[in-house]
Design a protein around this ligand. Structure first.
Ligand code: C2E
Ligand code: CA
Ligand code: CA
Length: 405
């Protein structure tokens, strides 16, 4: 028998679980019968019912670490199968994300209902369970998330999602070096929804897996279009593609990256894969293996939001990294704050010493462009040069000379 599903026995009269205790397992009754009850503050015992073979008891402990909400006593000799929280968590993590989310929502709702019921000690006066549940559902962020998840999936299938491309300029020669692909969602009723809102939903639900090949191929299409429209102005422009942690849970990334440039003139080094420090460090071993494979095939790897996510720099030499993108939060203060300026200088020096190129993000003012140029930063992305553009506008941007004035 699987060690996670061992049998446990109790004698009639034994207390199996006590209200308020912490537990990290549930039981499935194989033989016998139990009684479920709560003890009220005045000591009165209220029996909810009994359960026999095939029933599960103590199941809430599988999902969260809240206290047991009722006591359970054997009323006959019992045999149970144990399911541990560890075992359940593993199964849940492997399951469909919607199943996972729903399970968590239902539990939240149930606990909410229960706490409301306990607050309203006089049961006759408390609202009917159904309306309490509906109320708690309406106020639950998780339910809103599920709704958005469904709409996002539908929106993706119906073509409501698209990309804008933000130019990245080489400030040492004032030429277009590449661009970052930024996803957009034009919701039919709610209008534009920001990527920081819907990307986490796409990640939680696993929809991001379906989006990745599209993300890569749209980036590759934009490279081809720019290359073709402005061959004298750009030389092998790159597309920066934002990856999420889900991309490092499966081994498909290299295959998908290769596929997006198959039958094109695009070289792998024109595909820049952006990854944040947080994603890098959430599963460092697996991520490193995947990044090394990508690097062997000459794909380019950039650290996004550099400096914001992880306090140690020692990871830098353990991963194949080509570019550091200095986060906008440092840029915002650099002109007024000496410490921000010092940090930026050290990031640029670090990049230069480690043979990595540097992109400064979120540059809005001319004096920042000049400062970064003097500091030896390679590239700049920001509203000063351009906001994110539709493909046609990116092509027009690529055709014109870039002037800093
Ligand atoms: P990010 O990767 O750090 O992208 C840069 C964000 O900074 C973009 O916001 C861009 O429009 C904004 N930005 C660029 N220059 C300036 C500037 O000069 N001033 C200001 N105020 N903002 C500037 P956006 O497009 O709203 O994207 C937000 C985040 O959403 C991105 O941050 C990225 O984390 C995520 N995201 C966007 N598209 C994708 C995608 O296709 N996949 C994934 N996984 N994440 C994406
Ligand atoms: Ca990015
Ligand atoms: Ca960034």
């Amino acid at each position: 028998m699987n060690k996670n599903n061992i049998l446990k026995t109790y004698k009639a009269g034994d207390i199996i679980m006590s209200q308020g205790d912490h537990g990290d397992y549930a039981y499935i009754i194989e033989e016998g019968r139990v009684e479920i009850y709560i003890e009220k503050e005045d000591g009165e015992k209220q029996v909810f019912g009994t359960r026999g073979p095939g029933s599960m008891i103590g199941e809430m402990a599988l999902i969260d670490s809240g206290p047991r909400t009722a006591s359970i006593r054997a009323i006959k000799d019992c045999k149970f199968l144990i399911i541990t929280q560890d075992d359940f968590t593993r199964r849940l993590n492997e399951s469909d994300p919607i199943v996972r989310m729903t399970t968590e929502v239902i539990l939240t709702r149930y606990r909410d209902t229960l706490s409301r019921a306990l607050i309203n000690k006089d049961r006759k006066q408390s609202a009917p369970t159904e309306s309490v549940e509906l109320q708690s559902a309406a106020s639950s962020n998780a339910i809103e998330q599920v709704k958005m998840a469904n709409e996002l999936k539908e929106g993706f299938e119906k073509g409501q999602l698209f990309f804008q491309f933000q130019p990245i300029v080489d400030i040492q020669n004032n030429r277009l070096a590449g661009f970052e692909s930024l996803m957009r969602w034009n919701h039919p009723e709610r209008g534009f929804i920001r990527p920081d809102i819907f990307i986490p939903v796409a990640e939680q639900t696993g929809l991001i897996h379906e989006m990745t090949p599209w993300l890569l191929s749209e980036g590759a299409k934009a490279i081809e279009a720019v290359q073709k429209a402005a061959p004298d102005m750009v030389d092998k422009p790159f597309a920066s593609i934002n990856l999420s942690s889900n991309n490092f849970q499966k081994a498909a990334l290299l295959k998908e990256a290769k596929k997006c440039i198959k039958n094109t003139d695009i070289k792998p080094e024109q595909i820049h894969l952006e990854i944040t420090e947080r994603v890098l460090m959430s599963n460092p071993e697996k991520t490193r293996l995947i990044l090394e494979e990508l690097e062997q095939d000459n794909f380019h790897i950039s650290i996004d939001d550099f400096g914001t996510g992880y306090s140690s720099l020692s990871y830098l030499h353990n991963f194949p990294i080509h570019t550091l993108k200095i986060d906008r939060s440092f840029v915002l203060e650099m002109m007024e704050n000496e410490k921000s300026m010092a940090l930026i200088k050290s990031m640029i020096a670090l990049g230069n010493n480690m043979n990595m190129s540097i992109i400064a993000e979120g540059i809005e003012h001319k004096q920042e462009v000049i400062a970064f140029k003097e500091l030896g930063c390679d590239m700049i992305q920001g509203y000063y040069f351009s906001r994110p553009l539709n493909l046609d506008d990116l092509i027009e941007y690529a055709k014109k000379p870039i002037i800093v004035d």
